[in-house]
Design a protein around this ligand. Structure first.
Ligand code: COI
Length: 333
């Protein structure tokens, strides 16, 4: 079997090399370039491809894969929102993802960001850099006194819930699909509006879908408590950024931890050399605020997660080739 792996970063390569050594029957080509119209021809002759990227997998690229007879495409990540699914179906390509490379990594990072916000970390670090070690006015609220509203209770949402509970917070949740164990504990509210109305912190853990685009909009923010904290380690499209900026300006939202941003493609995991050179004024507006923490989609970025992303995706691609089956197959209606 031959697998072409696209977009292999330096931090992934040792894991790919190790996987390759452990699977000498598979010819592995690890390319640093992402999969797009310019690079798709490199997949010619492969049985399967392994990919990771946030920019779209377009119909034109997928049709080329179809022409080359490639039937297996394994994502090294969980999100499937950047794929042209009609093209995947038309070309009869089977797609796998990695649904659980480390839900804990994302849970831990989300709560870390919240704690930095609640304890005014940015403000204290800035004051110290100006020689000011005074406490006031940055007195904090405590997470153990708060209600956290977790939106979506898949693997990542559940990892976050465990950590919030470890801090002593009360946790409530909303999901269209209820987890039976959490349901038995009575954690769920019936509507997003109830979640918004009762929570001091809203923690988003939903995949991006057409239905939930801009679910946090002016109306949703209006339904929330004054001084609510917003955390988004999931997908940028869940938040209407303009509405968030209005809610930050009015003080409705006390602060936000944003590990994703709706226009992040082409910006996150790039180096522009200076703050001024960042090509997005709205993002810069958010970044300048001390009650906002913007990070470049790094909640997942741990050694364990990166290793699992490479290994599980490579294994899934090989499984599909050898057995026609994989427990990581993505089914889209
Ligand atoms: C995912 O696994 O879908 C992620 O959001 C992480 C990755 C795209 C950086």
């Amino acid at each position: 079997m031959k697998i072409v792996a696209y977009g292999i970063r330096d931090d992934e390569r040792p894991f790919l090399d190790q996987w390759s050594k452990e699977n000498p029957d598979v010819e592995v080509v690890g390319k640093s370039e992402l999969l797009d119209d310019q690079t798709v021809a490199d997949a010619k002759g492969a049985d399967g491809i392994v990919v990771y990227q946030q920019k779209p997998y377009t119909a034109s690229v997928i049709n080329k894969l179809g022409e080359y007879g490639i039937k297996f495409m394994s994502l090294r990540n969980v999100g499937i929102d950047n794929i042209d699914w009609p093209a995947i179906k038309a070309n009869d390509i089977q797609v796998t993802n990695v649904p659980a490379y480390s839900p804990e990594a994302i849970g831990e990072y989300t709560v870390t960001t919240l704690m930095m916000l609640l304890r005014h970390a940015r403000q204290f670090i800035r004051k110290e850099s100006q020689g000011n070690f005074k406490w006031a006015p940055d007195i904090a609220d405590e997470l153990n006194q708060m209600t956290v509203g977790v939106y979506a209770t898949g693997k990542i949402g559940r990892a976050a819930i465990n950590i919030y509970r470890g801090f002593g917070a009360k946790v409530i949740a909303y999901d269209i699909y209820r987890n039976p164990e959490l349901d038995a504990e009575g954690i769920y509210v019936d509507t997003p509006e109830e979640l918004y109305a009762q929570s001091d912190v809203i923690s988003l853990h939903a995949p991006a879908t057409a239905e939930n685009e801009h679910m946090l909009n002016d109306q949703a923010f209006a339904n929330m408590k004054d001084g609510v904290w917003i955390l988004n380690p999931a997908r940028g499209t869940l938040i209407d950024t303009d509405a968030l900026i209005r809610a930050l300006d009015s003080g409705k939202v006390a602060g936000a931890g944003l590990d994703v941003y709706e226009d992040e493609v082409g910006i996150f995991n790039s180096d522009f050399g200076s703050f001024d050179a960042i090509p997005d004024e709205r993002l810069k507006d958010l970044m300048k605020r001390e009650n906002v923490i913007v990070t470049p989609h790094i909640a997942f970025y741990t050694k364990r997660a990166v290793k699992n992303m490479v290994y599980y995706a490579m294994d899934a691609n090989k499984d599909l080739f050898e057995t026609g089956k994989s427990d990581k197959l993505v089914q889209v209606d």
